[in-house]
Design a protein around this ligand. Structure first.
Ligand SMILES: CCCC/C=C/CC(=O)SCCNC(=O)CCNC(=O)[C@H](O)C(C)(C)COP(=O)(O)OP(=O)(O)OC[C@H]1O[C@@H](n2cnc3c(N)ncnc32)[C@H](O)[C@@H]1OP(=O)(O)O
Length: 325
């Protein structure tokens, strides 16, 4: 066990020093589609881990395209027998000119705030702003059904993944952003009070689906989930740690290295026993959705089509648009 841990640590520490780089180096590989960048690391034949970086500007919302690309990337990793661990994180959205993804000067300006001296300051980072509100507003029921099927698919794939999944939460993580995090086996959040995480659906006038509620209950317990869901609480890091939405809070510049070192510990456990244990803990919750997927899709499509719900979403979108930086 100790030897395996040391070996896994060596691979991961090497990965830690290299993963920030874009060029392919000894054993490092990357593949990307438009919205998800995947970097893998480790020598051929040895344990490798992958880092999935979201880059769907401006806020990493879970659009239909993003969900599709996410699931394809995850499937690719699941099918690669040399990959045992995956880290979910955000590419640096707010630093659009580094990521070279569709960030215009204007967007950059908008994403910044001005300090008292009038100098531009970066806005807080964003892990994911959750489901894409524009997929749920002003569309037709067939679109809502297609979208919801993709949301379910992502959740099921993540929740039941045989890989060790960890989230390195480097920004705001409301609703669907929190969903991504709580499907993971371990969550590490940057210690930045501007970042919050939680299921805030009730603030939008909508309701989290039962399977996401179950995932939340399994993560933070029934009473805490009941209160947080009703109030739509978005927890800053210290509170998220206290209630158990995240497992660790670390200084922002250590999120990645810390996640790698925790991953090393998890990868020292034999896969078969860890995977069977994970399935034992999660199967009943996932089966609850699997056995009523179609009904859940129809419920969502009819709920979100209601005039009152569309009105709530409209108001929320307007509020977002007009909020002051
Ligand atoms: C049965 C129904 C169950 C449905 C379940 C739903 C789960 C969900 O995930 S619902 C989505 C919940 N998400 C949120 O409430 C997050 C809303 N966004 C924010 O709070 C902030 O945008 C942010 C903290 C993530 C980032 O703030 P920042 O100041 O940096 O950026 P903004 O100026 O607010 O946003 C930029 C741009 O992006 C648009 N936008 C933000 N969030 C979303 C989103 N979730 N979907 C689509 N678009 C989003 C925002 O309107 C701005 O657009 P414009 O530039 O056009 O004004």
């Amino acid at each position: 066990m100790a030897m395996a841990l040391r070996a896994a640590s060596r691979v991961l520490l090497r990965a830690g020093s290299r993963l920030g780089r874009r060029e392919a180096v000894d054993g490092a590989r990357r593949f990307a589609n438009k919205r998800v960048l995947v970097e893998t690391e480790g020598a051929a034949g040895a344990t490798r881990i992958a880092v999935m970086k979201f880059r769907n500007p401006p806020v990493n919302s879970l659009s239909l395209d993003f969900l599709t690309e996410f699931v394809i990337s995850l499937e690719k990793l699941e099918n690669d027998k040399s990959i045992r661990g995956v880290i979910l994180t955000s590419d640096s959205l707010k630093r659009g000119n580094q990521t070279k993804v569709a960030a215009t000067e204007k967007t950059e300006e908008k994403r910044a705030t001005r300090d008292h001296g009038g100098r531009l300051q970066e806005r807080p980072g964003i892990f994911s702003a959750g489901l894409d509100l524009l997929e749920m507003y002003g569309r037709n029921p067939a679109h809502y059904a297609e979208y919801w099927k993709a949301v379910q698919e992502l959740w099921l794939r993540l929740y039941l993944s045989s890989l060790t999944l960890m989230s390195a939460i480097n920004g705001a993580s409301p609703a669907g952003g929190c969903l991504l995090a709580i499907t993971c086996d371990y969550r590490i959040m940057a210690d930045n009070p501007k970042y919050t995480i939680g299921l805030n659906e009730s603030l939008l006038g909508i309701v989290a689906p039962f399977w996401l509620k179950d995932n939340y209950v399994n993560t933070i317990g029934h009473r805490a989930a009941e209160r947080a869901l009703q109030l739509g609480t978005l927890f800053p890091p210290a509170e998220a740690l206290k209630v158990g939405v995240v497992d660790e809070v670390v200084p922002e510049d250590q999120v990645h290295s810390k996640t790698l070192s925790v991953m090393a510990k998890w990868l020292a456990i034999p896969d078969h026993s860890r995977q069977l244990t994970k399935t034992m803990m999660r199967k009943a919750t996932a089966d609850n959705l699997i056995k009523q997927r179609e009904a859940d899709i129809q419920n969502f499509a009819s709920f979100i089509s209601r005039d009152s719900i569309q009105k709530s979403l409209h108001m929320y979108l307007e509020k977002l648009k007009h909020k002051k930086g």
